[in-house]
Design a protein around this ligand. Sequence first.
Ligand SMILES: Cc1ncc(COP(=O)(O)O)c(C=O)c1O
Length: 458
Amino acid sequence: MDVRRWLSRGVDAIEDWQAGFGPFERDASLRVSDEQFAGAFGEFTERLRENYPFFHPSYAGQMLKPPHPAAVAGYLATMLINPNNHALDGGPATARMEKEAVAQLAGMFGLATHLGHLTTSGTVANLEALYVARELHPGRGIAYSTEAHYTHARMCGVLGVDGTPVETDEAGRMDLGGLDRVLAGGRVGTVVATAGTTGLGAIDRVHEVLAIARSHGVRVHVDAAYGGFFILLAGLEDRAGLDEAPWRAIAGCDSVVVDPHKHGLQPYGCGAVLFRDPDVGRFYLHDSPYTYFTSGDLHLGEISLECSRAGAAAAALWLTFRLLPPTPDGLGRVLAAGRRAALDWAELISDSERLDLYQRPELDIVSYFPATRPRSLSAIDEASARMLAEGMADGSHPAYLSALRVAASDLARRHPGVEPDRDGARILRSVLMKPEAESYVRELHTRVEQLAYLDHAP
Ligand SMILES: Cc1ncc(COP(=O)(O)O)c(C=O)c1O
């Protein structure tokens, strides 16, 4: 699609709608001339050049990519109106779109019933799930793995709830024996399983976590902020297909978070939380003296902790789902390409003399480190940091990677031959979340091998 054309059509459509309300004078205080704007805009676009090229396959670093052009067109057109999805009073059209898009997410997870809404981020979505966890089990804490996103511990602090980290196994998944021991203490009310950890893309065995939790009368929340859309690959015959068990178990858990602004092709400002039991809406009950007047239907603010939220975020997601729905044949094809890219690169790294694979990728995150001589943690740490910096600084043939700090014990479990001369090391990590990564993997590998040259010299 030609995004310029559709942006301009979006402006036309909104102006056409506005014209129906009759002419009026824009206030002089808001007036900006084209010359004034040109100066400021020139400076502004120059400042934006400081960014890394998230759109390009040479950017194989953090969990970042531009939104789909359909989302951009939907967001920008809606932004000209700027509806607020807090209430039907502020965003009647986009609040309805939000409910429809959230229902599609619920369908993707196989939830038979749901109560849910979009949020501004995965962190806020998880906060809501932990808030409900606290209300349902007052006085009891929350357990999550040591590889869970760092915000779970922070949000437990915010909520005044005890947070208990559970150790992980050799693949970075929650250790089931460790979980059983923690839950046996009787002080935990909810366990957070992560379906796709931020660092390594490891998938906690949600089905087994759920069975253990239920045997202790404990609830389960699934943090699938990053990994959630990979459910579209569960059970596929394709090489990118994933073991179904953890993904299908999500439908039996109590809540789940997924971030459309990660793998759902959306701009930032789009997370989502879904509860299986719509009855938890009672924990959100509040009175707003200013809103909820225009309709007897549910206003999204009535079931969320946030007040104002961009209707444009819901509009962009709704429009994107019209074109690339959350189905295996829709959005699933985008995720499958990234996963195949990660599997292909892992194979190349396994055959490389200059690089070592940290662990086999489960989703689209590849973790690796230079095969340094000596093979020590301090050499790996320094070489990884150098490769990260040199890759980004090379103007003619850049490679944008990211780093991951791992503990000496975690590295030793996977690579017992590495000399543990310090307590941890930075290794390298690439999130291959653009489907274009698949055809670029060889080039990326060659470049990263070149970056490792110094450390491989005899
Ligand atoms: C598993 C997981 N949970 C939560 C978050 C936090 O999401 P956000 O950055 O949207 O607040 C992330 C971010 O990467 C994540 O990967």
